[in-house]
Write a protein of this length. Structure first.
Length: 169
């Protein structure tokens, strides 16, 4: 049921080895700050003391560490870029400035609609972010485990050049 975690400093719930290996590969592709957030999120999702709210907090920070400088470099340098502003920038310029390395039916790079959808899934699923709102509540464990896997995929895509600026926007 338990195994030593990737850092070697604790226990985590044992998963199918291929799933763990894929997540570790995605984490390894990320910049160091994002790696740290993803590892903390993974431990909060699968460690001996799960903390679903922490998972969401950490995965969003990990994605911001990669996406903000990539999509909004000047805003990121000034500390004004967030996951929300990244999503807005990508959504507003999805067909003119950005593309996915993954080809579509005609073999050309694909539009970024699906990536924006994944970012929105992560962002909107964090209902524990603000108190006092009607939908505000603690995240549950299934949500946390789901979002940490999605975040690992998104982090891998952002870190490995799957999202890229169009050559001639």
């Amino acid at each position: 049921m338990w195994c030593v975690n990737g850092r070697g400093d604790g226990l985590e719930r044992r998963l199918e080895p291929a799933i763990t290996a894929a997540a570790r590969e995605a984490v390894a592709a990320a910049p160091p700050a994002a790696q740290d957030h993803l590892l903390v999120a993974w431990a909060a999702a699968y460690g001996r003391s799960p903390d679903p709210d922490k998972v969401f907090h950490e995965v969003i920070r990990a994605i911001e560490d990669i996406a903000c400088p990539l999509v909004e470099p000047s805003k990121a340098q000034g500390g004004r870029s967030t996951l929300g502003t990244v999503i807005g920038e990508l959504r507003n310029n999805s067909f003119t400035k950005w593309e996915l390395l993954l080809p579509g039916h005609e073999g050309q790079p694909r539009d970024i609609t699906h990536l924006v959808g994944m970012l929105e899934l992560i962002w909107h699923a964090q209902v524990s972010r603000h108190g006092g709102a009607p939908k505000s509540r603690r995240q549950d464990q299934t949500e946390a485990q789901t979002v940490v896997h999605l975040a690992a995929t998104v982090a891998h895509w952002l870190s490995s050049g799957v999202l890229r600026r169009k050559a001639n926007p």
